[in-house]
Design a protein around this ligand. Structure first.
Ligand code: RIB
Ligand code: CA
Length: 313
């Protein structure tokens, strides 16, 4: 069976790095392009971080392009308080040697989807949805050509991690999220309701270090930096990695659980701006537009992630 082709749209971010490494260590997937978005840190840093991660994994061949520098309407809000100034603190990675493509990430998404057979490409956004929304607006013909969008973002039962009602990726660009959630593209949302169960433990971190190869050691260093925020927030040495759940779902959908729901994005209230309002009990009787994940077999997920990262150089 030929590998599933994906475009990763990302704002590295230590957890984005784990998502990228999980994908790169998995032969079931082919990462055909990486687009960077402004989110955790400005796009000038996220695109550089993305190239560093690809080179760490021995994949300088994968095309990278920087995308939008800011959300569609709101000013950019970044998260250096979580990820550090570079966005990838925790391990000193070499200066990337392969340049980014001299194209815009939105155009790379459009050109890649339009050049591929219909239904072949899955988009995997791991940050604010600005690039995805702009691609859908600039070239609406990509919508029916996309196989699926599987995104990390949102929250419902857990509320929000950036405001009481909004998760970071959606909060940063709620208008882009509105475009994506009304696009009609088959959608799977991996919210913090699910990712809060993707708990990285100190014991797993030791297993990762024991792999002893450069990628595993670097990933462990990134995780340890990210852990200090987890300690502050959760008060424990065990804390969630959000973005790799997107890739884990593509690889092992059976270890996740959820249901199809109608989801809409709050884009007017100053109090709940960016909330993902999930009709979990179908009270509106509106046609579902999204598979919403909520459950995860955490040990199986982290066993998979360890085994796949261990395959990398
Ligand atoms: O809320 C978690 C999300 O925001 C993750 O994608 C993390 O990398 C940040 O982008
Ligand atoms: Ca991210």
């Amino acid at each position: 069976m030929s590998p599933r082709k994906i475009i990763i749209d990302t704002d590295p971010g230590q957890d984005d790095a784990f998502a990228m490494l999980l994908a790169l260590g998995s032969p079931e997937l082919e990462v055909v392009a990486v687009t960077a978005i402004a989110g955790n840190v400005p796009v000038s840093k996220t695109e550089r971080n993305a190239r560093q991660i690809l080179e760490l994994a021995g994949r300088p061949d994968i095309r990278v392009a920087p995308g939008c520098t800011r959300p569609m309407v709101k000013p950019l809000k970044t998260a250096e308080y979580v990820h550090g100034d570079s966005g990838l603190e925790g391990w000193e990675l070499p200066e990337p040697s392969t340049p980014a493509l001299p194209v815009h990430g939105v155009d790379l998404i459009i050109d890649t989807v339009m050049a591929a057979p219909a239904g072949e490409i899955t988009l995997c956004p791991l940050g604010p949805l600005t690039n995805i929304a702009m691609a859908l607006i600039k070239e609406p013909r990509i919508a029916p050509r996309l196989r699926e969008i599987v995104l990390m973002g949102g929250g419902y039962f857990e509320g929000g991690n950036t405001t009481p009602s909004a998760e970071f990726n959606i909060f940063v660009d709620p208008h882009a999220a509105h475009v994506v959630f009304t696009s009609g593209v088959p959608l799977t949302m991996v919210p913090i309701d699910c990712t809060y169960k993707a708990i990285l433990t100190p014991a797993w971190l030791e297993r990762l270090k024991a792999v002893g190869k450069r990628t595993a050691l670097a990933a462990a260093g990134l995780a340890e930096f990210y852990q200090r925020y987890g300690n502050q927030k959760f008060g424990t040495d065990s804390y969630p990695l959000h973005d790799p759940c997107v890739i884990g779902y593509l690889l092992r959908p059976g270890i996740f659980g959820g249901r199809k729901c109608f989801v809409e994005i709050e884009i007017t209230s100053p109090v709940t701006m960016g909330a993902t309002v999930v009709d979990w009990w179908n009270v509106t009787k509106r046609e579902p537009n999204c598979m919403v994940l909520r459950d995860l077999d955490n040990p199986a997920f982290y066993d998979l992630m360890l085994e796949r990262i261990a395959r990398l150089p």
